[in-house]
Write a protein that binds this ligand. Structure first.
Ligand code: AHM
Ligand code: MG
Length: 351
């Protein structure tokens, strides 16, 4: 006879240790059906890529040819680092034989990478920035990987990935991995935002914080003030307002994932606005801004270009850039109010 009265004495601790990412995905989807299994396996592969990259980063100073530049430039004309290439290849190799993802699109590849043998099975596309904040790599500071999962829409016979040019509300899932003192994976399937910490002794990401909510207001503003004289007046006015009012403090690490993570947990705003020369700023819509915007909205925050919600932007190109103002609801609204004020003044001057 089964003794149902047995209560494990370590129930609480063990439950916590066993809330792995794949189990969490299934629980979120409330299903064990094939689609839920696929998404759970897919997230598990992303986690594997994260573990491989974290391992490489933790030993990068000891490994030959891990640090420094390759001497090449990527499609956006930026100098490529050896870690960028390594991390890009890691994502490809973990998905190659998986049968889960049929296209990968990344900052480091001009066109999507196709895995045709997977296409009849899995029609998901992974969009990713393999190493976000590359300038931090060589000095052992935090970097990240950003990802989004989209479902292929219609046929893609010409292999152009044109169906990826849809707004961010079409993302099925999004998240990032932060390589810091510990490795943290944050993700959302459109059902809240959840953070997992890599337990190196288990080799597993274990749930650390469920249903994260961005505080409606926070003290931090995170922006590269070195660009001050290249911004529009509205942005300069906003920063002057920050300087003149108590209760604000600046934090900027040079890696979006780290700066966003701080704001997700403690509140505030991250900005990468356009400049007079580059009105769309630096950050790429499909694999940087849109995935983080998805997380921000899921956590009760906001993500804006200054003119519209980031998730509403209809992309024109795979590597399109967009201004980004992201974080606590009230902080984002304050930045927007400065932008709108300048627009009103401009319109009045034309009248
Ligand atoms: P990357 O993906 O090529 O590293 O570029 C994105 C990074 C962000 O992580 C960071 O917020 C920003 O670029 C920093 O740029 P800047 O040095 O102009 O402040
Ligand atoms: Mg990046």
């Amino acid at each position: 006879m089964v003794d149902s009265s047995y209560r494990p004495s370590h129930e609480g601790t063990l439950d916590r240790d066993s809330m792995t990412l794949s189990r969490h995905v299934l629980q979120q989807l409330q299903s064990f059906g094939p689609e839920a299994q696929d998404l759970s396996a897919l997230m598990n592969r992303i986690a594997l890529a994260g573990k491989i990259i974290a391992r490489r980063l933790s030993r990068a100073g000891l490994v030959e040819a891990a640090l420094g530049f390759t001497g090449e430039q990527n499609v956006q004309g930026e100098d490529v680092k050896k870690m960028d290439v390594y991390a890009n290849d890691v994502f490809i190799s973990v998905f190659k034989q998986s049968g889960l993802v049929c296209r990968l699109a990344s900052e480091e590849m001009e066109k999507p990478y196709y895995i045709p043998e997977n296409c009849p099975l899995g029609r998901y596309t992974l969009l990713y920035d393999p190493i976000d904040g590359s300038s931090n790599v060589d000095i052992n500071l935090n970097v990240g990987s950003i990802f989004a999962i989209r479902q292929q829409q219609g046929s893609d016979d010409a292999e152009t990935g044109e169906d990826l040019l849809q707004n961010g509300r079409n993302q099925l899932a999004a998240g990032y991995i932060l390589y810091g003192p510990s490795t943290v994976l944050v993700y959302s399937l459109g059902r809240g935002v959840h953070a997992f910490v890599l337990d190196p002794s288990l080799g597993e990401f274990i749930l650390a914080q469920a249903n994260i909510q961005i505080p409606p207001h926070g003290p931090v503003y995170s922006v590269n003030e070195g660009n001050f004289w290249q911004w529009e007046d509205s942005l300069r006015d906003y920063i002057r307002y920050m300087h003149r009012h108590e209760g604000y403090t600046a934090r900027y690490s040079g890696a979006l994932v780290g700066d966003f993570h701080r704001i997700l947990l403690q509140g505030g705003v991250f900005l990468y606005p356009g400049t007079v020369k580059k009105p769309d700023g630096k950050l790429r819509l499909l694999y940087e801004s849109a995935p983080l915007a998805f997380l921000a909205e899921q956590a009760g925050g906001q993500a804006s270009t200054g003119a519209q919600q980031v998730l509403d932007v209809e992309p024109q190109a795979l590597h399109q850039r967009t201004p980004l103002i992201i974080g606590s609801r009230e902080n984002v609204a304050l930045v927007e109010s400065f932008i709108q004020e300048e627009e009103r003044e401009r319109a009045a001057a034309l009248r």
